[in-house]
Design a protein around this ligand. Structure first.
Ligand code: GLN
Length: 550
């Protein structure tokens, strides 16, 4: 039977609930337990797919095509499990389900209410997590205790312990212990208030994790223990860590996994911890012998969370070769300017990530041209690949007004188009291609070599495709279409023989990179960047570095 850990947050948002939950997940997995994770988000959007990444951060895509909160990316990277759309529930999705049931008459004429109908639907989703065969389900409640939006979630998780039984549920509450410089003291009052607020919803936390910029003294822990009514060893100090990958080790040092296991009657002797693999990651994070400058040219660069998985994937690839990846964010809209063009040429490698909408497209095209002409390693991801295709058509194939039909319906060279347009179908209600799709890689291609396989699976999230009508023109002019869908109709990968690294993929490889198993395409890019940076020999790549099986 699955046991549940609920992680709530108090005092302030952005305390790192997602990372705390993920770190706990990693520790429990390192004790040999099977872990799954879930995020309950209190907003009314049915899923984050429609939310602006500039405001909300990236949309993380799961294998089954779920468009989910970026915290799922942390979960996958830390617990090293592929999750599904079941791992993200929003208030909007709960309400739309309940309202649909009401319209169908499923409630048999009853008055439909937040309690019990909304809370029952929330509990149903939680119970469904229990069908996945995990020993532990860690459930993060988005938002902060005290927000009115999260009240139904708090009520549902309160009831859940009654239903599941005491030893099967653990409540972890994350708070902030601020340091007040004038008095030179750390303050516990916000934590006390936050716990009081949580209790007003009937939840007494079992564990309190205290975020602070300095370690919390034993005296302060005793005070929090006394005033918030948790054992001394259930007050965990979570100081700011130099890297997010340090957090599991810090949490273990503070005893988080031990106390949680105690509360849920999990025998520590039966489940000894083995952190060696994670310690190895952390060693690599901190032992770098070179710095690589990697540019990310995108539309939402003022909100780096919009490209969170891309940034982490670049870092993972850096860890593998002892390189510190210094990310330089370039606003695509500004790139055609001289100064940015110069800056691009000084970089060791460039990524053009995914995106929607026309803003910044010309800057991305200019970037692709600079990378192609100046032999700068470039990885184009989804929109990034489409931009590489447009640039090549305009400047190599001589198709001056080549474009994607996403941005120009009058172009004479629609090198990127909706699948329906390519097939001369009139219904343009383009559906998004979402989730894991297989691709076949050409024998002997650069991508096949990097992956160490000719059949791979990557996650997708896009509507437009390389227009297959133009493939021959590209191939006879120096660009290789090196991967396609199994039926051969869709181009999935492009590359350019003779260029150190000019690779584009229609998929989103960033969702599958792990700190200890960097994604092959990011490894290829970082490897090419290090060659460019130091003129040194390429590192030998381990082709099986990531699970690309179907
Ligand atoms: N806007 C492009 C499309 O829909 C690319 C999407 C993306 O980069 N995720 O095809």
């Amino acid at each position: 039977m699955t046991k549940y850990i609920f992680v709530t947050g108090g005092v302030s948002s952005s305390l790192g609930k997602g990372l705390t939950a993920s770190s706990l997940g990693r520790l429990l997995k390192s004790r040999g337990l099977k872990v799954t994770m879930c995020k309950l988000d209190p907003y009314l959007n049915v899923d984050p797919g429609t939310m602006n990444p500039g405001e909300h951060g990236e949309v993380f895509v799961t294998d089954d095509g779920g468009e989910t909160d970026l915290d799922l990316g942390h979960y996958e990277r830390f617990i090293d499990e592929s999750l599904s759309r079941m791992s993200n529930t929003t208030t909007g999705s709960i309400y739309s389900k309940v309202i649909a049931k009401e319209r169908r008459g499923d409630y048999l004429g009853k008055t439909v209410q937040v309690i019990p109908h909304i809370t029952d639907e929330i509990k149903d989703r939680l119970r469904r997590l229990g069908t996945l065969g995990a020993d532990i389900a860690i459930v993060e409640i988005g938002g902060t205790v005290g927000d009115m939006e999260i009240i139904p979630f708090l009520e549902a998780i309160r009831q859940f312990r009654r239903d599941a039984g005491r030893g099967n549920v653990c409540y972890v509450h994350l708070t902030l212990v601020p340091y007040l410089a004038p008095s030179g003291e750390q303050k516990t009052k916000p934590t006390q208030h936050s716990v009081t607020e949580l209790r007003s919803h009937g939840i007494q936390p079992d564990v309190i994790v205290c975020r602070s910029d300095q370690p919390i003294s034993d005296g302060l822990k005793r005070k929090i223990s006394l005033l918030c009514d948790v054992p001394n060893n259930a007050v965990i100090s979570a100081i700011d860590a130099p890297s997010i990958y340090d957090i599991p080790l810090n949490m273990h040092h503070e005893g988080l996994d031990r106390i949680v296991c105690d509360i849920m009657n999990i025998d520590l002797v039966e489940h000894p911890i083995d952190l060696s693999a994670w310690e190895d990651v952390v060693r690599r994070v901190h032992h770098t012998n070179t710095t690589l400058r990697i540019g990310i040219v995108g539309k939402y660069v003022t909100m780096p969370d919009a490209y969170l998985s891309v940034a982490e994937s670049l870092r993972h690839a850096g860890f593998a070769i002892g390189a510190n990846t210094k990310l330089e964010w370039l606003e695509a809209e500004r790139v055609p300017s001289e100064i940015d063009a110069l800056r691009l040429r000084q970089l060791d490698a460039i990524v053009i990530p995914g995106g929607f909408g026309e803003r910044g497209i010309e800057g991305m095209v200019a970037t692709a041209r600079i990378a192609r002409e100046h032999q700068i390693p470039l990885l184009g991801i989804c929109l990034g690949m489409q931009v590489m295709v447009i640039e090549f058509a305009r400047h190599v194939l001589g198709l001056g007004d080549a474009h994607s039909t996403e941005f120009s319906l009058t172009t004479t060279a629609p090198v990127i188009a909706l699948m329906q347009e390519q097939m001369d179908v009139t219904d343009l209600g383009g559906t998004m291609r979402l989730g894991a799709c297989p691709a076949m890689l050409a024998e002997g291609s650069q991508v096949a070599e990097l992956y160490g396989a000719t059949v791979v699976s990557e996650r997708h999230r896009h509507r437009y495709e390389f227009n297959s009508r133009f493939v021959e023109q590209y191939e006879s002019s120096g660009m290789r279409c090196s991967g396609s869908s199994p039926d051969g109709r869709l181009v999935e990968f492009i590359e350019m023989p003779g260029h150190p690294f000019f690779v584009g993929t229609q998929a989103h490889p960033e969702f599958k990179s792990r700190p200890d198993r960097p994604h092959p395409l990011f490894r290829g890019l970082i490897n090419a960047a290090s060659v460019r940076a130091e003129g040194r020999e390429p590192h030998i790549l381990d082709p099986q570095s990531v699970d690309v099986t179907l």
